[in-house]
Design a protein around this ligand. Structure first.
Ligand SMILES: Nc1nc2c(c(=O)[nH]1)N[C@H]1C(S)=C(S)[C@@H](COP(=O)(O)O)O[C@H]1N2
Ligand SMILES: [Mo]
Length: 458
């Protein structure tokens, strides 16, 4: 291993799951943002916030996107197509078509949702700790741009740099800098959103994900802090704004929100953020950000900007629709102007079983699943096979790690045929346990309640 290769993955990851200095800074930042919001100081790049909110309400969130059609699942399903327990190689009829996604999306692994593809949890059974790249969910606001890694450059600019200077980095430049490898999830803020409706009877807007808008990969890249320092970071800098090279995001009425971008506070940018160019030991595939994406461990997926083309470094707080009108909590239980912009993910658990799975009654089954938290590692998982009347501990098959999940299992013999409800409830290393219900927010973010998973014993 070259001297410059700093590995912080699996064996030597920072063991601390206690709140760090960085998270204390994050909450100070959240409070400052909220004050600015309430004082009406924030604007979303030329769009008055009031107008945007009205537009979003009228248009219905996430029902809209430009679709440039740079790729399709059918076009990309080659003769050596996906293989797996139920996917048939080269069987395009069994592949979901999602306009704008390049990789094949076999029905056995994915559910198509608009411009997005959700991983089926049952497709993760037996796959190991990391989500295989070909089964990793895709969340695209528009469509995957197929970029030439050799022609790509990253521009770092803004008044938070010395003399406001601009720097350019090629992929080779980034690869010459010290590399870091780590395991981390990317999870959409709206993962689990459909359960606000199906379990709590509430209306929410956005993609109706079940639990599969998450994946865990081994990411390799350079620390963002390293690149910022080389670009001439000054003490004045407070925010960085990475921006994607995918197409502008358009609302249904034609309002152009520009390129996908969301500011990060400098404290997080310097803490553990990577500019990742490898996923599970291979160059990043097109759908996941080739050639380089931002990877923001523990935070909601939108922070991890794919196909990053430039990063603004600013001496003032920055705003975009993605931290002003999207990815904040609105609703009667939240502050009038909305919560502070969302940062860390919440706590969830999922069984690696299809919905309404059939299980033989009288036989012993090994129930498997995964649990994760944005606040720390997973300390404990309890499982109920009787709708929550009784609980027992699941066996954990991974050590608790920040920004990562644990696999677990529990054995069960359904005594008689009939309908059963399975529940899994995780507790993280900060002591938080999944609740029975999640407080409503209009855009359906951060669902963390225990999910009721129906199965049939036959
Ligand atoms: N440039 C760009 N980056 C993006 C997005 C996007 O549409 N464009 N989607 C974001 C969202 S909402 C999520 S949840 C994650 C999804 O990452 P994945 O598609 O690699 O799973 O990417 C984020 N980064
Ligand atoms: Mo997302």
């Amino acid at each position: 291993m070259p001297r410059s290769d700093i590995s912080i993955s699996t064996t030597d990851a920072t063991p601390t799951d206690a709140p760090t200095g960085a998270s204390a800074e994050e909450s100070a930042y959240d409070r400052r943002r909220l004050r600015q919001w309430l004082a009406g100081e924030a604007r979303a790049d030329g769009i008055e916030r009031r107008d945007l909110l009205r537009l979003l309400t009228a248009a219905g969130l996430a029902t809209t996107a430009t679709v440039a059609g740079t790729g399709s699942a059918l076009a990309a399903t080659g003769p050596t197509g996906p293989t797996g327990p139920t996917a048939r190689a080269g069987d395009t009829a069994a592949a979901a078509a999602v306009p704008g996604i390049v990789k094949p999306l076999p029905d056995a692994w994915f559910t198509a949702r608009g411009t997005n593809a959700e991983t089926r949890f049952e497709a993760l059974a037996g796959t190991g700790h990391h989500t295989p790249t070909d089964r990793f969910f895709v969340r695209n606001h528009t469509s995957t741009p197929v970029l030439d890694a050799d022609a790509w450059t990253l521009t770092v600019w803004g008044d938070g740099l010395a003399k406001g200077r601009t720097s350019e980095f090629t992929l080779d430049d980034l690869k010459r800098l010290p590399a870091t490898t780590r395991s981390a999830f990317v999870e959409c803020a709206g993962n689990g959103r459909s359960f606000f409706t199906t379990q709590q009877g509430q209306t929410v807007s956005g993609t109706a994900w079940t639990l599969g808008a998450i994946g865990v990969a081994r990411w390799r890249g350079v620390r963002l802090g390293e690149v910022l320092r080389r670009a001439g970071l000054t003490r004045d800098a407070v925010d960085v704004l990475p921006r994607g090279l995918d197409a502008d995001y358009l609302l249904a009425d034609g309002t152009n929100l520009g390129r996908v971008r969301r500011p990060l506070p400098l404290s997080k940018a310097l803490d553990d953020v990577l500019l990742a160019y490898e996923m599970n030991g291979e160059p990043l595939p097109a759908d996941h950000g080739r050639p380089v994406r931002v990877l923001v461990p523990s935070w909601i997926g939108i922070a991890s900007i794919k196909w990053v083309g430039d990063i603004q470094v600013s001496a003032q707080p920055l705003y975009s629709p993605w931290n002003t009108d999207f990815y904040r909590l609105f609703g009667t239980a939240h502050p009038e102007g909305g919560s502070a912009p969302l940062t860390r993910q919440t706590l969830k658990s999922a069984f690696e079983l299809p919905w309404n799975a059939s299980l033989e009654s009288g036989a012993e089954h090994r129930l498997t699943g995964r649990s994760w938290s944005g606040a720390g590692g997973i300390a404990r998982v309890e499982v109920s096979t009787d709708g929550g009347a009784t609980w027992r501990h699941a066996r954990l098959h991974d050590a608790p790690r920040r920004a990562d999940w644990v696999r677990w299992s529990a054995d069960w013999r359904p005594a008689a045929p009939g309908a059963y409800t399975l529940l899994a409830r995780a507790t993280d290393t900060t002591g938080r346990t999944q609740p029975q219900t999640t407080v409503h927010n209009t855009q359906g973010y951060l669902f963390d309640a225990v999910v009721r998973h129906p199965v049939q014993a036959v």
